[in-house]
Design a protein around this ligand. Structure first.
Ligand SMILES: *Cc1c(COP(=O)(O)O)cnc(C)c1O
Length: 238
């Protein structure tokens, strides 16, 4: 890991202050409160000391993309009461390395992955929350499952005793204009309401994770309650 000076604390404080203000305003506009939205700090490529700075500043949710990177940084995080969600592409052969170090997987997009998570969680006697990642723009190279395959994956997850179906996650096509983002986010919200209506015993469908630095206000307007922020919080990634 590269050693880099931390961002000046005032700058980070300022970023967080601005983010909270904008999240709060967007929440209120959509008839909710600031507290209804979780602000996730997305840590990929960000040095440990900066992550610890945002934890110090009251961020309570981290998003991890890469297994290897997380394994290196994890022992150095001053986690306190922070939760960690895995949000990246997760290979089944890596599940066992991280399953004891995360609170939720937001990027479940195959039956195989769900079954591997079940197996590893069962061994630890741990129940983990999962979000199903939807490839809402049906982009060929993107992870996530297609909306039409959602019911089958949902059925599988619902009967796995160590997985708690907790909602949906999506990354709409990159570079979209606001109107296009709104279209995809609204489609996600419809799917979210749909699976919420089909809630089962071991499900607790509450989270709709969508919106990143460029589009989080639109996402909140469309019903998101987890926004995943990297750039706007930590600055541009190298
Ligand atoms: C990198 C990343 C983000 C954050 O993106 P920014 O545009 O830097 O805010 C959010 N979600 C996922 C899945 C990511 O990989």
């Amino acid at each position: 890991m590269r050693e880099e000076p931390s961002i000046p604390d005032w700058e980070l404080q300022e970023n967080i202050r601005e983010i909270r203000e904008r999240v709060g305003a967007a929440a209120v506009k959509s008839g909710r409160a600031f507290e209804d939205i979780s602000i996730m700090a997305v840590t990929k490529t960000v040095p440990v000391q900066r992550v610890n700075q945002v934890i110090q500043s009251g961020i309570t949710l981290l998003g991890e993309n890469r297994v290897q990177e997380y394994l290196e940084k994890y022992p150095l995080y001053e986690k306190k009461n922070c939760s960690v969600h895995f949000i990246g592409r997760l290979q089944t052969n890596k599940v066992r390395y991280i399953v004891d170090k995360i609170d939720m997987v937001e990027s479940v997009d195959s039956i195989r992955l769900a079954q591997e998570l079940e197996k590893r969680c069962a061994a630890l006697e741990k129940t983990i929350g999962v979000l199903l990642e939807v490839n809402i723009g049906a982009e060929p190279t993107k992870s996530g499952i297609l909306p039409e395959d959602l019911p089958e994956l949902m059925k599988t997850v619902a009967i796995l005793p160590h997985l708690r179906l907790s909602g949906l996650m999506a990354i709409p096509p990159a570079g979209g204009k606001e109107e296009e983002n709104r279209y995809y986010f609204s489609k996600m919200y419809d799917l979210f309401l749909d699976i919420q209506a089909k809630n089962r015993d071991n499900s607790d469908v509450r989270f709709l994770s969508m919106g990143m630095s460029n589009d989080f206000e639109t996402a909140i307007a469309c019903g998101a309650n987890i926004v995943r922020l990297g750039t706007i919080l930590f600055g541009k990634r190298k």
